[in-house]
Design a binder for this molecule. Structure first.
Ligand code: GLY
Length: 584
């Protein structure tokens, strides 16, 4: 791999300083990159990265620090994440042990496959889609249960110490940034379109949207109700969201609004420890997450297809062809995502086959380097073939990565699904409830909030986990972590993580270039490519010549990564959201 550490970063490599955003005296290094020799946190919120750094500096391990980051993100990113949601986490210890935790939300026991096909109650104005807004959208949250498990098994610090930074942020307040205000403006449009929500989801309307008069950038937001919940957790332990008065209050809120989630659902919630997906990709080993996320499967399917191309050479000789094959590889993966992926506890999901080198070679052979094809030409529609024994704007999600001074690493992506989740909140505790039910195939054949058409394998069923795109990923070289990466942004998570991985592993890009270079997104359906910003005219022309439909939409995921180069950790927080890494 060619050096990806740019000259502007080199002066900092040997200095062991607390690094937070821009380096003192450096005019050129962006403040969303940081370099440290010992430890690093990258998240999409500067105060949350600082919370993790504080725990690392106090001797906490990567899991302790990641918990502090998650709790702080739940305060400072109410639009993206929080204890009312769920997530996936990969932990790798310096000695090579790996653990994957699935704390994805699950459908309540009373959920049925047709619950979103029935007409919903009137909310005033056009009826808001019930899988997206309000009580039926809420799946049983898992985030706190995930951290309860992780800290019980791997943590070294007392829970109150890990909650302290989040409690301070909730009580003292934090400054609102452009990302918050963009998402608040989107949520405001939803409330304007469906005015009945102003009453049925009044807490989010009042607390985060100023009852229709949005706050300004830089205004401070305090969250005393959430501080109360965090103090309760510090006192009673991380199990308290699933039992006792908090669980009763969640049930009361959802049921009063007409939902189906019960205290029993909360009590029965279980974190699942799953085997991570592993694949060899050129000189690297990739560790990532299995279903019920589609992210790891799609990324590995895409990487194995691209392994059949000489990408490092192509990236210098024919960048447009490189982008074309990058798009085509994931178009296959997204087609298979739609047809085959769902909760593995509820049916057979052919992950082994989809991620095998033999299958990748067959898909790669179907890629025409001169032309994209119609959607039906992607992936495998034939069940007999696939299930036969093998022959040979980001919205409500947040990703973060942590490495500690011993080399233990955590990558986690957590979500409440779309901005401010279901918009329904438990007022007493400032707890915003997710709308993860929309990640199921809510209505067969109809796109979800991210435009994804999904299949039977992802139909709603009681206790089932909705299919996700979250893709926390660890890349190893010579058995050492060289890249921790993940993103937020629904299906754009997959294409963003994939693009940044290719930039860093294959295309010889610097960290700045990997983060900022034009990212293509093609999710098979709709059959269009969108970019995060205008692509160079030559690239647009080359893709159009190959038959790609280029959309005018400018969208991508929000990536956080930590890269190992020349004995240092380089943290990077996607400037599109405004996070800052922190390390020393
Ligand atoms: N809620 C976004 C995802 O899980 O993909």
């Amino acid at each position: 791999m060619s050096s990806i550490l740019t000259p502007v970063l080199l002066p900092f490599v040997s200095v062991c300083l607390v690094a937070f955003g821009a380096q003192p005296g450096d005019a050129t290094s962006p403040d969303w990159l940081a370099v440290g020799t010992q430890a690093m946190v990258a998240s999409d919120s500067a105060p949350a990265s600082q919370a993790g750094l504080r725990i690392l500096q106090a001797g906490g391990n990567a899991v302790d620090a990641a918990a502090a980051v998650s709790f702080a993100l739940g305060v400072t990113r109410p639009e993206s994440t929080g204890l009312g949601g769920g997530g996936f986490m990969l932990v790798r210890w310096a000695d090579g042990r790996v653990c994957m935790l699935d704390y994805r939300e699950v459908a309540p026991a009373a959920a049925t496959p047709d619950m979103f096909s029935r007409p919903a109650g009137a909310e005033g104005g056009e009826v808001p889609p019930p899988s997206r807004y309000g009580p039926l959208a809420v799946a049983v949250p898992g985030t706190l249960a995930g951290w309860e498990y992780a800290l019980r098994v791997f943590g070294s610090k007392p829970l109150p110490e890990l909650l302290a930074p989040a409690i301070t942020l909730a009580e003292d307040g934090f400054a609102l940034d452009a990302h918050y205000l963009d998402n608040a403006a989107d949520a405001l449009k939803t409330y304007q379109k469906h005015p009945g929500l102003q009453q049925s989801c009044a807490y989010v309307w009042r607390t985060f949207l100023g009852s229709g008069t949005l706050p300004r950038q830089g205004d401070m937001l305090r969250r005393p109700a959430l501080a109360k919940l965090l103090r309760l957790i510090a006192q009673d332990g991380a199990g308290c969201l699933h039992h006792g008065p908090v669980a009763a209050q969640i049930e009361a809120t959802v049921r009063a609004a007409g939902g189906i989630l019960t205290r029993d659902d909360l009590e029965r919630y279980e974190v699942r420890r799953r085997e991570p997906l592993r694949c060899r990709y050129r000189d690297y080993t990739v560790l990532t997450v299995p279903p019920p996320s589609s992210g790891g499967t799609a990324i590995i399917e895409g990487l194995k297809i691209l392994e059949t191309f000489d990408l490092p050479r192509l990236a210098t000789t024919d960048p447009a062809l490189t982008t074309h094959v990058q798009i085509e590889a994931l178009k296959h993966a997204f087609a298979d995502r739609a047809r085959w992926l769902g909760d593995p506890d509820f049916g057979r999901v052919p992950v082994e086959r989809l991620t095998s080198a033999a299958y990748a070679r067959r898909l790669a052979a179907r890629i025409d380097v001169n032309r994209t094809k119609p959607p039906d030409d992607y992936g495998t529609a034939d069940a007999a073939e696939l299930l036969a024994p093998p022959v040979g704007d980001d919205g409500g999600t947040s990703h973060f990565c942590v490495v500690d001074k011993a080399g233990n690493v955590v990558v986690a992506t957590e979500t409440i699904n779309t901005e401010f989740g279901s918009l329904l909140a438990v007022e007493e505790y400032g707890l915003i409830l997710n709308n993860e039910m929309d990640d199921f195939t809510a209505v067969a054949g109809a796109p979800n909030a991210f435009g994804l058409i999904q299949g039977e394998a992802n139909a709603v069923a009681p206790g089932k986990r909705p299919l996700s795109s979250m893709s926390p990923t660890i890349v190893l070289k010579d058995n050492e972590p060289v890249l921790l990466v993940g993103a937020s942004g629904g299906p754009r998570i997959i294409t963003s993580v994939f693009h940044v991985m290719l930039c860093l592993l294959d295309y010889g890009r610097s960290p700045e270039e990997a983060m900022t270079s034009c990212r293509p997104h093609q999710q098979w359906s709709p059959d269009e490519v969108c970019f995060d910003h205008d692509p160079p005219a030559s690239l647009a022309a080359a893709l159009q010549q190959r038959g790609h439909h280029l959309a005018d939409k400018r969208r991508t995921g929000i990536v956080q990564f930590i890269l190992r180069r020349d004995g240092t950790w380089i943290g990077a927080s996607d400037p599109r959201k405004g996070g800052r890494p922190a390390g020393y």
